[in-house]
Design a protein around this ligand. Structure first.
Ligand SMILES: [Zn+2]
Ligand SMILES: [Zn+2]
Length: 169
């Protein structure tokens, strides 16, 4: 795991007033059904204000997931603004699910931050388009790519093929 994209913020945590600029590209592991297509770029300014770390910038990347209608892979480019205040005194040990978990030992984990930001902005249900017609409930054909025989009204042909004995009786 080459997840060495961390930035030392111990100076800020010790009270430095300086502004730290971060420009990084990170490759993110897939998260559940969500994949990241290509690296995610992160531009960030970090400052300590009032005992909190103030992160301002953006994360940009392309997210891939299956369309909830037709299950085709959808790729969606995303640019998400970051404007977060992190309490550096709440660490991973105290609150493993809190926003502070992007900090570990005075270092900011860029990949963790980028992942949280992009996943947080992602719609719950991705669709390939507003007009996605989904899959046919009978034969599973992707209806975006054309009508299947279930839809064309060609019922006689289907009956003959599927139930020849019933028709004879
Ligand atoms: Zn779709
Ligand atoms: Zn069908």
């Amino acid at each position: 795991m080459a997840r060495s994209h961390t930035v030392d913020l111990s100076g800020l945590l010790a009270g430095s007033r300086q502004r730290i600029l971060i420009d990084d590209e990170v490759a993110l592991e897939p998260f559940e059904d969500i994949s990241f297509v290509g690296p995610v770029s992160v531009h960030l300014e970090v400052q300590a204000t009032d005992g909190l770390l103030h992160l301002v910038g953006e994360a940009a990347g392309t997210v891939g997931a299956a369309c909830v209608g037709c299950l085709e892979e959808v790729e969606r480019p995303m640019v998400v603004a970051i404007d977060e205040r992190i309490n550096p005194h709440v660490g991973r040990e105290d609150d493993p699910f809190g926003e502070g978990n992007v900090l570990l030992g005075g270092r900011l984990d860029i990949a963790d931050l980028a992942q949280q930001v992009l996943l947080g902005a992602l719609p719950m249900r991705m669709r390939c388009s507003e007009e996605c017609r989904g899959l046919c409930g009978l034969c599973g054909t992707n209806k975006n790519s054309g009508a299947c025989s279930c839809e064309t009204g060609d019922k006689r042909g289907e009956l003959k093929m599927e139930n020849p004995s019933q028709q004879d009786a």
